[in-house]
Design a binder for this molecule. Structure first.
Ligand SMILES: C[S@@+](CC[C@H](N)C(=O)[O-])C[C@H]1O[C@@H](n2cnc3c(N)ncnc32)[C@H](O)[C@@H]1O
Length: 611
């Protein structure tokens, strides 16, 4: 009892000291904003630690705000960029630009401490953001195994170390005394990289990426943001720039967002680089002249509400339409039920599964034919993979690959005799004025798929989350064989469990006509094995932690639904504030395994409709 009181007293002292420091830093930052021409609405309040999102600082509305309200303006000169930094000339000479140049600029300004123009801003920032690239190797291996991020983070760390060595080497050679050793350690570099990844924006074509004070205090909400961040360009011909997200705004593609955590080359990321292009492609929104004193100023950034915000509510930005793995990678958090979630299945895993039924030679030859038709997997950093989206829909290219692998020899030989398969298909299709078909569609046409006339059923999800097959127009395919006992068990278990946990989504058409046409019985079976194999990459569930599961033929003892339940139960027992790394890693695993399970349900329903 006595002990508890002592612990509580110390905790209270700690909280008070912490809050005291925070308030002092915040006051200094507010003063700094005033001195540097940053103006903001008096309706904005900075709050510390909204524990519901476990974010450190956020911005709230002190009174009702209206859509269209201009809530802040930030002069570009107040942003820390490779052009505005005191190190600008040195960075230019060393040819350091892009996110790498910005990370060095942040380190340089930090090393100047109170003599830096940005001291009042930088002292408010954490030393580092807790992104997976700064987790320990043990944490990376234990928490991320099996997830999208595991390999990517390890590769990031390797490349970041390489970048740091090269870039510090150049700077030391050129300006030894200006870049003080103890401010440019690998630890400082990694820390600066986390700040750039999680807080920088593309300012404009001239400044490139920058740390944008104030704008970077807004937290993220997927597809439900309240504010847009816009830039007014000097050049009246410039395209519009929407800065509402962080700088290198990606979709849910690991390959792209990977780029801003490691510079993947000698670090010379100048305007026009892949990142710069990708961010400006993501839409720039010119200020359309809001009713404010600042109208017409071309050197400022503006923050404008895109919807009403009620008094007391947090004002959210959006960092883009990102999957949980992208959010965790770049920002260190995940969101439940993220509609942009995705899970990848590597081509190597497809090979492993297919080679259980076919020879390596057969697999390689069929993959070659598939590539020749113009189909290709996604690729990033040397790995080739296929995506399954949040609703469980597998990428059409994967279905086509499995279809071609399972084609009987005579049918496949007919493909081989086509000296220019894609060309022929395209000619036919264009002749029919249907040039919108992608490679998969065109190849399917050559293989006999006639759009709109096929026998396939379309799978739909109703309001209760039940998946069913709508009858197609033609009679069923006859290539079927009987389900194995094991499959019958799996299907009935899947359906039973699926009904117990209805999704709240509205009726959604998930698999299209072409997907269904490609999903023949052998393709369905192969895909289901693939899902189990992908699921087995996560750390094995502990003995006795599961309800009685269906025994899998492959020796994997847990059904996909069991895996989802297992992760959910584990997540429910973790406190996000106390253990954010574990919490977000589990949340990522839960979202990925949920997708695998959704895909399983779709495919098993399709299989049932064929038998
Ligand atoms: C641009 S900063 C936003 C302001 C930040 N909360 C702060 O304290 O300065 C981005 C960081 O905020 C946190 N964050 C933003 N949105 C979040 C959310 N929805 N849930 C949890 N953390 C969030 C993450 O740590 C992220 O790396």
């Amino acid at each position: 009892m006595m002990m508890n009181a002592v612990v509580f007293a110390w905790w209270w002292v700690f909280v008070c000291v912490f809050l005291g420091i925070f308030c002092r830093k915040l006051r200094a930052f507010i003063r700094w904003m005033r001195e540097n021409g940053i103006e903001y609405s008096d309706a904005l309040a900075f709050h510390e630690g909204d524990k519901t999102v476990a974010a450190d600082i956020g911005v709230k509305a002190l009174y009702d705000l209206k859509e269209g309200d201009l809530i802040a303006t930030i002069p570009k000169e107040a942003c820390l960029t490779v052009k505005t930094s005191q190190a600008a000339a040195m960075l230019d000479e060393a040819e350091l630009g892009g996110d790498l140049g910005l990370a060095v600029a942040v380190m340089y300004e930090r090393s100047k401490q109170q003599f830096s123009k940005w001291y009042g801003y930088l002292q408010l920032l954490p030393f580092r953001q807790s992104l997976p690239i700064v987790w320990s190797l043990i944490e990376i291996d234990s928490l991320l195994a099996g997830t999208e991020l595991h390999k990517a983070i390890k590769e990031d760390r390797r490349l970041i170390q390489q970048d740091w060595r090269e870039c510090y080497g150049i700077l030391k050679d050129l300006y030894g005394e200006k870049f003080l050793e103890n401010w440019f350690t690998l630890e400082h570099f990694l820390a600066a990289k986390t700040l750039v990844a999680s807080r920088a924006f593309q300012v404009d074509d001239i400044h490139g990426f920058g740390m944008v004070p104030l704008a970077d205090l807004f937290n993220h909400k997927t597809a439900a943001e309240d504010v847009h961040f816009t830039s007014v360009f000097d050049d009246s011909n410039s395209e519009e720039a929407d800065l509402s997200s962080s700088p290198i705004r990606n979709k849910h593609d690991i390959g792209q967002f990977h780029l801003d955590l490691n510079s993947n080359n000698n670090g010379c990321h100048h305007e026009g680089s892949e990142e710069a292009v990708s961010s400006s492609q993501n839409g720039v929104e010119n200020s359309t002249g809001s009713p404010s004193d600042w109208e017409g100023n071309t050197d400022i950034l503006e923050m404008i509400l895109v919807k009403d915000v009620a008094e007391g509510h947090e004002i959210f930005n959006t960092y883009g339409m990102l999957s949980n793995s992208a959010l965790l990678h770049r920002y260190g958090f995940t969101e439940p039920n993220n509609p942009f979630d995705i899970v990848n299945v590597e081509l190597a895993t497809v090979s492993d599964i297919c080679c259980q039924s076919f020879t390596q030679r057969h697999f390689r030859r069929r993959v070659n034919i598939w590539r020749k038709t113009g189909c290709e997997p996604c690729s990033s950093e040397g790995s080739e993979y296929f995506e399954i989206t949040a609703d469980g829909k597998p990428q059409a290219e994967l279905l086509m690959l499995l279809y071609i692998i399972h084609l009987p020899d005579p049918a496949c030989s007919s493909l081989l005799f086509e000296d220019d398969l894609v060309g022929k298909a395209t000619r036919d299709v264009v002749a029919e004025n249907e040039n919108k078909l992608n490679a998969v569609g065109r190849v399917a046409r050559v293989l006999g798929w006639s759009k709109g006339l096929c026998s396939q059923r379309v799978l739909v999800e109703d309001n209760n989350g039940n998946i069913s097959a709508k009858p197609g127009k033609r009679k069923r395919q006859t290539r079927s064989s009987k389900l194995t006992k094991h499959e019958t068990e799996m299907l009935s278990t899947t359906n039973r469990k699926h009904k117990k946990n209805p999704s709240k989504e509205p009726a959604t058409q998930i698999l299209g006509e072409l997907d269904c046409w490609l999903l023949t019985i052998p393709v369905c079976r192969c895909l289901m094995s693939l899902l189990l194999e992908r699921n087995s990459l996560y750390p094995q569930e502990e003995e006795g932690s599961m309800t009685k599961s269906v025994q899998m033929q492959s020796g994997k003892n847990f059904s996909l639904k069991d895996s989802v339940d297992y992760e959910r139960t584990k997540l429910e027992n973790i406190n996000c504030e106390q253990d954010p790394k574990l919490f977000h890693a589990l949340s990522l695993r839960l979202s990925e395994r949920t997708i695998l399970h959704k895909c399983w349900c779709l495919i098993s329903e399709r299989l049932k409709s064929l038998i």
